[in-house]
Design a protein around this ligand. Structure first.
Ligand code: ACG
Length: 460
């Protein structure tokens, strides 16, 4: 499987309003096929007041700026014909303040008022979430609601079993409309609050119970539906969720790989790969597949982070030769740049995808002014497509290699040796194997091949 994380608003515009849309995606499916992509993770497309779509105002409606259900069904069908499957990002931990559910709750209507968490005298209104300085209680009128992701997104209260049934209807609705699975946003946050104590507290056991029921429901509707979880945490927490989902994003691997590339350190890569084998990609013991990636929409783009095209290419070379399921975030294949202000303001890592050298042309999206990716910055498809060594063509070749070797998804790895420049790795299954040489340094180095005869010079 080769995944592409796609942000519709920035992709391809079919009706000239500057915003990417579903018909635009349909027109550009061949671009994805040509890149070798067979799975698209579509960032949220439901009705939402927010550019990112993670605050949903109606779970049963396509955001009108992207089209309607007919456009969706047509696009998915066309993609299916071309061998592409689509995974919908479904953020169900919270809703938009503007959603009917929350508005009715504010009016005190049953059952909605019980679908949210309201502060009482026990609540510490100054309590902050554990990863930054943002408060967890949000003021509305003279009340406070619990909103771990900020004032625009009241958390749903999953103590209410009716809500579980409502969420199942949502999953069914999107499967019935042609999706092939889901990316489950904020999976560790469904139960992250202690109602008795009125404070933030992860309840992993309850999350697991919830997700087991949801996943089995999803599979009962479509038995080959793919379910991917986002649990952004340390390996010991991620491991608690092992086996419940088909794929779990491997955040620790992403962090370690980027550190390794920055440090140009073969020793670090060996450590990362060893960890891979024992901690986050345990050979032979994998219950959920490891979702391997370098960046996503919440993060600094890879070229802005590593600041070096050679390192980016090496990063993807490692990614596409490791067991697990490789994901690429749109625009990384052309070397787009972007640094979000922080995880709360991510526009700058979601800029319009560049089709044309001068930044204009049919289908080009323009919903946001370029901050990191101005025209003529060399990272458009138009500029890169015919340049043999462009990032685009390098990544295309890597994906082509990966697609023609699907056995790598659940292969094993073994570190053969390493020196001050390079790491030599064997990736193997019962029937197949290859040897990979990764030169971590910015300068070229020589490699003595297995047959002892040929000397290759690898690197940038
Ligand atoms: C998802 C989406 C994101 C979206 C939401 C909300 C959730 O990808 O685009 O925001 O729908 C936390 C959550 C994630 C969440 C990110 C943004 N991502 O857990 O679900 O925030 C620590 C915490 C993590 C935290 C991370 C953020 O543990 O929980 O993610 O920090 O940086 C080591 C540690 C690890 C630590 C990392 C990083 O690895 O082991 O624990 O993670 O270092 O320090 C969207 C918008 C937002 C909007 C929201 C409603 O983007 O702007 O507010 O929707």
């Amino acid at each position: 499987m080769t995944f592409y994380e796609l942000y519709l608003r920035s992709f391809y515009d079919s009706n000239g309003d500057g915003l990417g849309d579903l018909q635009g995606l349909k027109q550009k499916l061949d671009y994805l096929c040509d890149l070798g992509i067979d799975h698209v993770w579509l960032l949220p497309i439901m009705k939402s007041p927010a550019f990112h779509g993670y605050t949903v105002s109606n779970f049963f409606e396509v955001n009108p700026v992207y089209g309607d259900l007919k456009d969706l069904r047509e696009t998915l069908q066309e993609g299916h014909k071309k061998g592409i499957k689509f995974i919908l990002d479904l953020p169900i931990n919270h809703v938009a303040v503007t959603s009917e559910w929350f508005q009715r709750a504010l009016r005190g209507e049953e059952p909605y008022k019980n679908w949210f968490i309201w502060a009482n005298e026990k609540a510490d209104l100054e309590e902050k979430r554990h990863w930054d300085e943002n408060k967890i209680w949000q003021k509305i009128g003279d009340r406070y609601f619990y909103g771990i992701f900020g004032p625009a997104s009241p958390d749903l209260n999953f103590e209410s079993k009716e809500l579980w049934e409502e969420i199942k209807r949502i999953f069914k609705f999107w499967l019935d409309n042609g999706f092939d699975g889901f990316r489950l946003d904020a999976a560790k946050h469904i139960f992250d609050f202690d109602i008795e104590e009125m404070r933030f507290h992860y309840q992993h056991e309850k999350n697991i119970e919830f997700w087991k029921e949801m996943v089995s429901y999803i599979k009962s509707i479509k038995n080959d539906a793919l379910v991917i979880s986002e649990v952004w945490d340390a390996p010991e927490i991620v491991r608690k969720y092992e086996g419940i989902f088909d794929i779990g994003f491997n955040f620790p691997l992403a962090e370690d790989l980027k550190m390794t590339l920055k440090n140009e350190s073969p020793q670090d890569l060996v450590k990362t790969l060893k960890k891979c084998m024992s901690e986050y990609l345990p050979n032979g013991k994998v219950l959920s597949m490891s979702g391997n990636f370098l960046t996503n929409h919440d993060m600094t783009r890879i070229l802005s982070d590593l600041k070096d095209v050679g390192k980016v290419k090496l990063g993807f070379s490692i990614l596409y030769t490791l067991p697990g399921i490789p994901f690429i975030y749109y625009g990384e294949e052309t070397g787009m740049k972007g640094i979000p202000v922080d995880v709360n303001f991510t526009e700058d890592s979601q800029e319009p995808f560049h089709w044309y050298e001068n930044g204009f042309g049919p289908g080009q999206t323009e919903w946001k002014g370029y901050k990191f990716n101005p025209p003529y910055s060399g990272e458009s498809v138009e500029e890169q497509i015919n340049e043999k060594n462009s990032i685009l063509n390098t990544i295309k070749n890597l994906i082509k290699f990966r697609k023609s070797n699907p056995w790598i998804d659940d292969a094993r790895i073994e570190i053969l040796n390493f020196d001050q420049n390079m790491v030599k790795l064997r990736c193997y299954s019962q029937l197949n194997e290859f040897i990979a040489y990764y030169n971590l340094k910015s300068s070229k180095c020589s490699v003595l091949l297995e047959n002892g005869e040929e000397l290759l010079s690898i690197g940038n």
